[in-house]
Design a protein around this ligand. Structure first.
Ligand SMILES: [Zn+2]
Length: 713
């Protein structure tokens, strides 16, 4: 009794903790609670069942940075000014939830997983900890067994690594705390990790969501374990959906249909009478900040455009209102028309060089454009759109501070994610000054050229999967559409390089640099090509010149140190190479790869004991690093330490069974240990499944050897 009283009193004095989880690229209709039959989202489903689920929540923009800026400020992009990835930042004059809570004494931390949210884009405002290291465990996630030309494909951190970082913070965070956890996995490319790659072979997008669901379960578990769940607000939402082919759109960003604007919103607010409640009223992610502030008894800043949803959570109503949305991605990328719009009273107006009007109640799939039939409805909504943009326009200080100077490595990484980067929005001399820029009649409607975006996504998939003949064909179409686009040209060069046409690749990359497009990834690609064609000194010069440009940006900096080590190693400067890797190991104490690479250099020098020691450190840093286990098996075999070799060979195969090198090393270790039958089994399987390459030859040779020697044993 006394204890119960004490804890109640204590609870009253202590403001609740807040955990905000944002899942990138999550379509509201792709998890179980919405009745999506093949979803595997038990944690989110349970969470939605026991909390408040908003059926009709929309993002104001289908693009990662702007939408997250809206989630964290409660304002629309017209106000916060961060209107696209890469080209804009969240200006300091914006007030974020983290700043407000931090001023109230909250301990604050963010864990983000995708490049568009790294700190240079300004969402770190108010966070004491802003963990935006996208490769926290490893420079090479498990999918990297496939060959890659350029490291920039990996500009995301998988949900398990993000969760590991978040959970370890949550375990010890001083209360009250505010944590924002961002998962990026459902963003294309869709390559879920095991076992979801098998379970969702046909629908890898759903596999990524299932993986995130599992990780979200770990976040809830740590709150339970700490016994803080009764005094912790948990909100889960998304920044935008994914086209998945609907309305002709495979991905997101370019169009403004509800396939990419509608997102889940689930809230658990301790003490509200909301359990098991599904709420139909239209709401927006801009309502999250005012709802939380209302719940915490804090003042809502004046610029906030969202409203508190607490009345809904307590069984009441909210006023009818108009929700804004936009996308300017097509304008920024190709000089296509912008799209702005509003939804209100069940109607949705999508305004661009032509109008679309949808009756969302009767036609939630937005299949029947009623703009011609209902001109009055269009005019009414258009007037509200104009008024809303006028009312919510950003003050000049925010407008001026939002636009970023184009930064090479930034744009390059966004390109890696499929956001075509650009030198500048396509300039146009035909600008009609009576019309808002971006809406002039001559501009292309993004819907009409959505194939360009789809081709670009497919091209990236093809390159990643080594379907190079297809890739070459696609890049040909895209270059015919826009011959000067740096991403298309860079991709064309990559295809050349990977199909043995190094001189052609070199011409393209050098011409890009000559055109002043000296982005980091292009310099890296060119440098790696120089290494391959016997010019490591030129490569080293490029990498060393680029390194200072990556200062303060952990991800590109790490790539360049790896490149430098590689070039020095080619120049037989083993000590120089190890020095670069040492620097990287200090920068990234959680990362196994620098240690493994240093070990590889020592191994080539015949310094096996040193190599073994480095690799032991590497697997201590990351026990899941399959290549370190595999290399360790090789080194131990040469040192005659068969037991240890076997142990690490087994571990490497467990971690990555599809990796033939690992299975071959295991077979060798088994032979050394006298287990010929086991070895023979593995080798025969390799012989049947791997048809060519070094491993296939090695496997055949070893099979013959043990066959001859031990045929009758
Ligand atoms: Zn996103």
């Amino acid at each position: 009794m006394v204890m119960a009283l004490a804890s109640t009193t204590c609870g009253r004095h202590q403001p609740p903790n807040v955990v905000l989880v944002t899942i990138d690229t999550i379509r509201a209709d792709h998890f179980g609670f919405e009745g999506y039959a093949t979803a595997r989202t038990p944690n989110l489903d349970r969470f939605a069942q026991s909390g408040a689920y908003f059926w009709s929540c929309t993002a104001p923009v289908p693009v990662t940075l702007p939408s997250h800026a809206s989630i964290l400020t409660g304002t629309n992009p017209v106000y916060h000014g961060a209107r696209d990835n890469g080209l804009y930042g969240v200006a300091p004059d914006n007030e974020t939830l983290a700043e407000i809570l931090s001023a109230q004494g909250y301990t604050t931390a963010a864990f983000v997983s995708g490049y568009p949210l790294i700190r240079r884009f300004g969402l770190d405002q108010g966070f004491e900890v802003y963990d935006d290291d996208l490769k926290s465990d490893d420079l090479y996630p498990w999918t990297a067994a496939a060959p890659r030309d350029s490291a920039n494909q990996m500009a995301e951190r998988p949900a398990d690594a993000t969760t590991r970082a978040a959970v370890s913070w949550l375990e010890g965070a001083k209360e009250p705390f505010f944590a924002w956890i961002h998962y990026f996995d459902p963003h294309h490319s869709h390559r879920p990790p095991p076992p979801y790659n098998d379970i969702f072979f046909e629908q890898p997008y759903d596999g990524e969501i299932a993986f995130v669901d599992e990780q979200f379960g770990r976040v809830l578990a740590v709150l339970r374990d700490r016994k803080v769940q009764d005094r912790t607000v948990v909100v889960v939402t998304g920044d935008h959906g994914e086209g998945l082919g609907d309305h002709g759109e495979d991905t997101h960003a370019m169009l403004a249909y509800d396939t990419t604007l509608r997102v889940p919103l689930i809230a658990h607010l301790p003490g509200t009478t909301t359990a098991h409640q599904a709420i139909r009223a239209p709401v927006g992610v801009i309502d999250i900040v005012p709802t939380l502030l209302d719940f915490l008894g804090l003042e809502v800043p004046a610029p906030v455009a969202g409203i508190s949803l607490l009345p809904l959570l307590n069984g009441g109503n909210i006023p009818e209102r108009t929700l804004y949305f936009e996308t300017e991605a097509g304008y920024n990328i190709f000089g296509w028309a912008k799209i702005h719009g509003v939804r209100s009273s069940g109607w949705k107006l999508i305004r661009s060089v032509r109008d679309e009007l949808y009756d969302l109640e009767a036609d939630p799939g937005e299949a029947r454009n009623l703009a011609d039939e209902r001109p009055d409805q269009v005019a009414g909504l258009a007037a509200r759109l104009t008024e809303l943009k006028r009312q919510q326009a950003a003050p000049q200080a925010i407008r001026e501070a939002s636009r970023l100077a184009p930064s090479d490595e930034t744009q390059e990484l966004l390109a890696a994610l499929g956001y075509l980067s650009v030198s500048s929005p396509a300039e146009d001399v035909r600008t009609d000054r009576s019309v808002e820029p971006g809406f002039e009649a001559h501009r292309t409607h993004p819907r009409d050229h959505v194939w360009v975006i789809n081709e670009w996504s497919l091209l990236r998939e093809d390159v990643a999967a080594d379907r190079l003949i297809l890739a070459e064909e696609r890049v040909g179409y895209l270059l015919a559409y826009d011959p000067s686009n740096p991403d298309f040209r860079n991709t064309q060069a990559m295809v050349f390089a990977r199909t043995g046409r190094e001189p052609q690749a070199q011409v393209v990359w050098e011409s890009l640099v000559a055109d002043g497009i000296d982005r980091l990834n292009i310099l890296q690609n060119l440098g790696l090509l120089y290494i391959r064609t016997g010019r490591p000194a030129d490569a080293l010069r490029l990498f060393e010149a680029a390194l200072p440009r990556a200062d303060g940006d952990p991800t590109p900096h790490a790539w360049l140190l790896l490149n430098i080590a590689q070039a020095r190693s080619e120049l037989n400067d083993a000590e120089g190479a190890v020095a670069a890797l040492d620097e990287l190991a200090v920068e990234r104490p959680y990362d196994a790869e620098p240690l493994r690479r240093a070990a590889a250099i020592r191994y080539r020098q015949g310094r096996l004991e040193e190599a073994a020691e480095l690799l032991e450190r590497s697997v201590a840093v990351n026990p899941y690093h399959e290549r370190s286990h595999q290399n360790l098996a090789t080194v131990y075999l040469e040192l005659g330490r068969v037991d240890e070799a076997l142990e690490h060979a087994r571990r490497s195969v467990e971690l990555l069974p599809q990796y033939p090198e690992g299975r071959y090393i295991l077979a060798v270790a088994l032979v050394e240990n006298g287990q010929y039958d086991d070895a023979r089994g593995i080798l025969q399987e390799l012989d049947e499944t791997i048809l060519e390459g070094t491993v296939a030859e090695q496997a055949q040779r070893l099979l013959m050897e043990i066959g001859e020697r031990h045929n009758d044993s």
